[in-house]
Design a protein around this ligand. Sequence first.
Ligand SMILES: [Zn+2]
Length: 244
Amino acid sequence: MCDSFTETSSSAVVAWGRYSDLKPAEIDRILAQSRIAYVPWGALEWHSAHAPIGLDSVKAEGICCALAQETGGVVLPAIPLATNTIKPFKGFPHSIEISAGLITKLAEEICLQLADEGFRIIILFTGHYPPEQIDALKAGARSARTKIDTASFEVWADNDFLKGGSFKADHAGAYETSYQMYFRPGSVETANLPDRKVTLDDDGITGEDPREASEERGAKQLALLLGNAVPLVNKWIEELDDNK
Ligand SMILES: [Zn+2]
């Protein structure tokens, strides 16, 4: 679902692509139309028995590709490094915990490098959204702002864009699991879950039961997010154009 240079419903060609798949001339072509870089930020973290540990990366990357198809720009590979994972929080295994300081430093350097490459709107979009992760990323973006003024940097998370809908963000519950099903059909096995009510302490799950998840719900969640986020990006693009 992530082919470059797709056509929008209005038939205008939107130049976008996955950064790591692009050749130099293709990057130049996108930059000529859109100077937006989306940086999906994920995690390697226990998402209970039914879902892969890379769920946050899959979710963030899928959302960023969908945004870029609307607004243009490039989507970097998801960075699967997160702080305050469910390992220190609740002791679940198969989680790689990274220090907040390293997340901040990495966020700052990626922002500065993308600005150096000519991008002017840089969005760090995190699928892992405890306050510690958001704070670490925001500290990196803040630090980048003090060093360069040719680009602007923001930190967004998917749970910032639930307004107007009835969905509630969770950890490995019906919300996140629906995104996993939508972006990676066939990758969820709810049969692995125990035959009882699931809990945070026993299963590492918050929110609605993941057995309520579906691909269709994932599509609806994405449509809601795009409806809330795309106008913000377009406004940002207009402001940028006004300040040229
Ligand atoms: Zn998650």
